[in-house]
Structure formats: structure tokens, C-alpha cells
Design a protein around this ligand. Sequence first.
Ligand code: AMP
Ligand code: GLY
Length: 426
Amino acid sequence: MKVFVLGGGGREHALGWKLAQSPKVNELFFLPGNAGTAKLGQNLAIAPAEGDAVADACKQGKPDLVVIGPEAPLFAGVSDRLAAQGFCVFGPSREAAMLEREKVFAKNFLRRHSISTAAFKTFNDAAAARRYVEGKDSGLVIKASGPALGKGVIVCANPAEALVAVDEMMVERKFGDAGNQVVVEERLEGEEVSIHVLTDGKHYVSFPPSQDHKPIGEGDTGLNTGGMGAYAPAPIVDAALAKKIDERIVQPVLKGLKKDGVDYRGALYIGLMITADGLKVLEFNCRFGDPETQPLMLLTDEDLFDLLVDTVKGNLTSRKVATRPGSALCVVAASGGYPGTYQKGATIKLDTEENADFVCFHAGTKEEDGELLTSGGRVLGVTSFAQSLKQAKERAYAPLDAKQIHFDGIYFRRDIGDKGIKRLEG
Ligand code: AMP
Ligand code: GLY
């Protein structure tokens, strides 16, 4: 079978790596891919959200499955378009992807279906938003409703900070049209978990709960990034909590979609905050998380090609995905300066042996004249599997500490997985 994977980050390398293990997959193409995916198949220099170019490539290449990694092609309706041409496309429709695209839509969905989330109010004009914020005396979160590349959320310690955020979004229009509507939310305290399911609109397959590390600095400090590391399973989710997540969040969300007449097929990522006051939904993503996918693929012990095709064709049964017993952890190695400005073009040294328990997934990399170079903010996702989370952490960090994996300006957090390890050690 021939598979096209749309996207070029660590998530797509991880999905491609897992797909390549399927005995059914013999040809892999990445649009546009990166230097890591080029070792698994062929990269095509096509931007995944450019519908015309993607449709042309599919017409020519006739893939048996198209896997959409990032959100931009979903928002651009690439899934609908390819499905209309008869392709087997993994990735929800444009309508279904509204859950991720518009935060106001997601919050109203949660309210309509009585699913627990942070208290909120939505605003179309700055004056009304300011008046509301001025009447508060606690921490607040200001969110641009539209797509803002993960940057449109500002967590504020007090109303004064929130007023600045409202002005940035609604007056200075820092996020353009994405800030035409804003959500003002109560600020929650707690630990976050990422819940991934595959659904075909009727049934769902659950992946183990995972944890991302969004801020750039150790101890979760500093600016938010795309994600600096992840691990799974997340020990904070014990069997009792897993049951609650299933019954109070996942099932009501899927029922709500059905009730609203949305045929959701694909990966659904539910970001949760575990608070003293119970579970609260933070956000939805209509795709796999990056970097959560990297550890999830090392844990998964079944054929990803079958899982994805069954999702598209409506052949899933509700169950947990088969996993290897153990833990997986990914440390993101980034270019110094990220998420602000950073340099590209540094030579990458990669002196490691890969196997089923250790993979260095590429994100912002490219090959030029036989040399491996940095080409983005998040460069590599050093990912390892082991019997315990502590061992997985040690294995992922060892080649970074030994500079077997290295480039000028390399930056990585040293505390990926520590929250989970601490919990396990009581
Ligand atoms: P979102 O894209 O809505 O998930 O927001 C991005 C990040 O901002 C989340 O992963 C949280 O770390 C943080 N965040 C969002 N909403 C809240 C909230 N109500 N309280 C505290 N932190 C939040
Ligand atoms: N890891 C967070 C995301 O993929 O949005």
C-alpha cells in the first residue's frame, strides 16, 4: 500500500516511522517531510495546506491512504476535498475541525453539552471585554478565538495583566482576525493531561494519557512553545481517574458531536486540566499532538495503518489501543532562542543507534549536500521506551548529555518526565 503523510514535523516523522512497520505499507511519501522522513520514504516539496498542489499530487500518485498531520490542512478543507475525490483520508472534515479552529465554538460546544470546562465569557468588542475584566479580582486567561499558531492564549496572574492582553488582541490586533472574538476564562490551577482517541464517529480507540511540557523553561516557566517534551502513560491518571475521564469527558464529547450532526472521523486530542475541583476541558485538537505522538508511537503495539484505515472507514470497535508494558518519553532539542528568534543552518551531529526502543525523530531538520542541518525551532525529538519512566528518561537524556546528539545553540529542558517520576516515587 502507498501512504501519503501531510506535514513535516516530529509528529509526522513518528507517524511515518510507525506506518513503515506495517507489513501492508510499502511506499511512503511525505508532503513536505524533513530530513528524518526522507530516510523512510520520499519527500515531496508540497505545502500540506495548499489544496490544489496536494490534490494534484494525490491524483498522480494515487495513495491508498492519506494521513493529515497538522491542523492547517484540516482548516483549509483538504480532508473534505480529497475525500470528495474518493481518497481514503485520515483527518476530520473542515466542519469537524471547528472544535480546534474556533475557541468560541469549542467553549459553546462544551456548555451546550454540559461538559466541564473553565467558566468563561466571549466578547466581540474590546470595551465590553475590558469592563468584564475590570470587575474580576483573580487570575484570568485571554484567548483569541481564531487560529493563532498556538500563540493566542495569554495566561494572566491578575486583571491588570488581562487588560493588557485584551488590548493586544482586540485593539493592537496582534493576532489579526483571530482576535476579532476573544474568550475570557477563569484561570485554573492543576496538572494538564493530553487525551488522544481515534474515533470513526461511532466507536473510539483510546491511547494512554500523556503529558506535554509547553513552557520553554524548566519547572514550567517562561513562554509557551509548541511543546518541549512529552511522556506516556501519565501516572497522574490512575484507573479511577481514567474511568472518570472516559465517562465524564470522552463519551459526552463524542455524543455531543453526534447530537450536533457532526460526523467526526480522525484523531481527537482533548487537553484536560486536573483541578482540585475536578476535570476541566482546556482545549480540543483535531489531530495528534506534537510531541505527544512521539512517545505514543513507541508505546503502540499494533498496526497503525489498520487503525487509521479503520477510523476512516468506520470499522473501529471501542477499546484501548494495544501498548507495550512500559513508558516512553520524548525530549525536544530546540534551537537556542526558540520560541523567539533563533538561527537556522547549524550542523547536527547524530551519533546514535536507533532501534524499537530509541528513536531520534526529526522536526526542523533538512539535508543539504549530504549534511544534516537545523531548519526550525524544534529540531529533534529524542524518544525512548523502557520498563519504567525513570529509565526512559535516562535513556533519552544520555546521548544528549554525552553530546552524541548535538548542534550549536542546542537547548532542551532537563526536567521532562519529572512530574510523573515524582508521583511514582511517592
Ligand atoms: P489552549 O490552547 O486553550 O489549550 O491553551 C494553551 C495553554 O494555556 C494550555 O495548555 C494551558 O497550559 C494554558 N491554559 C489555557 N486555559 C487555561 C486556563 N483556563 N487556566 C490555566 N491555564 C490555561
Ligand atoms: N502538544 C500540543 C499540541 O500538539 O497542540
